[in-house]
Design a protein around this ligand. Structure first.
Ligand code: TXA
Ligand code: MG
Length: 324
């Protein structure tokens, strides 16, 4: 049985106690719900991989209450410090060389010499990290390959009975995962578009190495796996018309004729659409499946600002390996 905890002082204290006792606890961040465990405890981290059914080669992000705490585990460059100053707490993850003195379990970074670190902006996450007093490893709190959760109900739908507890703090305000930047090479490299837009990062980055990574074989960031964030119904992108047996993921005035519509943002606001994306995919998938619909059609979203992260997630959700 998974404990439901309120997002108050007692709930946060209980969650911190569970983390300190090697248990897994789902908690809200500003992006999506994370499935946390004590990052310094290899057994607890292994339990995250088991609960999610996540491949062990896919490394996790270590979450901290402050930049100072994060930079005690990794070697910060001047650029990392400027980015942390500008965007932390917030939806930016930095991949940096791990310090030899770090007591974060090797399993967190899947044995790599680097570690992904972030300071989340959600007050409940920050309070939990402060109370736990150790870094918390946390992937999104969904079964591996599925859509990330933006409510506690989404978490429980997939992980009930598989994790010790979930803190319920309502909806996540950003709705898509953090932007992941690798700062270990000669140039910064975008591993995953996310909650901080490239436009916001641009003044800090100079030349960005945005070489496509999806075909590089072993994924550097397994959010880069082609198929990810997948609903069960087939998803069709860039729809200009919609069939009567399709569900529509609308962005702006909906195309006519859909059997079922989920509006991401009637006013074409990208922040609102990001916050609603995963709930929309879940709703259309569940309701469309119940009604026996053929698939989901998604309207075009502009490739600017958070639109880049939205389109990235939609492309992965739409990808189907023809071999299975
Ligand atoms: O917003 C978020 O980032 C959420 C919340 C819970 O913080 N977390 C999240 O974690 O999305 P996850 O595990 O679903 O995605 C982490 C991404 C993966 O694509 C992973 O491969 C990449 O970060 N990553 C982690 N450590 C890495 C490393 N050392 N080198 C390269 N990529 C890494
Ligand atoms: Mg994930």
């Amino acid at each position: 049985m998974t404990e439901r905890l309120a997002a108050d002082a007692a709930g946060i204290a209980r969650a911190a106690a569970l983390l300190c006792a090697s248990e897994t606890v789902a908690f809200p961040t500003e992006t999506v719900y994370g499935l946390g465990a004590d990052a310094t405890d290899a057994g607890a981290v292994a339990a995250i991989f088991a609960a999610k059914g996540r491949p062990r080669f896919n490394p996790l992000i270590a979450h901290y209450a402050s930049a100072a705490a994060a930079f005690a585990d990794v070697v910060a460059t001047p650029l990392a410090e400027r980015l942390a100053q500008a965007f932390w707490p917030g939806p930016l993850t930095l991949v940096l060389p791990r310090r030899a003195t770090s007591v974060v379990a090797d399993l967190v970074s899947a044995g790599l010499s680097t570690l992904a670190v972030r300071v989340p902006a959600h007050p409940v996450a920050l309070a939990l990290l402060a109370a736990a007093a150790h870094p918390v490893a946390a992937p999104s709190a969904n079964r591996s390959g599925r859509v990330s959760p933006t409510t506690a109900a989404h978490v429980l739908a997939e992980l009930e009975g598989r994790i010790a507890a979930v803190i319920d703090a309502g909806e996540c305000p950003v709705g898509v995962e953090s932007t992941v930047l690798d700062l270990t090479g000669a140039r910064p490299r975008l591993l995953r578009p996310g909650g901080i837009s490239l436009e916001a990062l641009a003044p800090f980055l100079g030349a960005l190495d945005a070489a496509p990574l999806a075909d590089a074989g072993q994924p550097l960031a397994p959010g880069m796996l082609k198929s990810h964030y997948a609903p069960t119904l087939p998803l069709r992108l860039g729809a200009r018309e919609v069939a009567g047996d399709e569900a529509l993921l609308a962005f702006g005035p909906p195309l006519p004729g859909a059997a079922l519509v989920f509006q991401l943002s009637a006013t074409r606001n990208l922040e609102e659409a990001a916050a609603r994306l995963y709930a929309g995919l879940r709703t259309l998938d569940a309701e469309g499946g119940r009604r026996g619909l053929a698939g989901i059609a998604a309207m075009t979203i502009p490739e600017i600002g958070l639109g880049c992260a939205l389109n990235d997630r939609l492309a992965r959700a739409a990808y189907r390996d023809t071999k299975d």
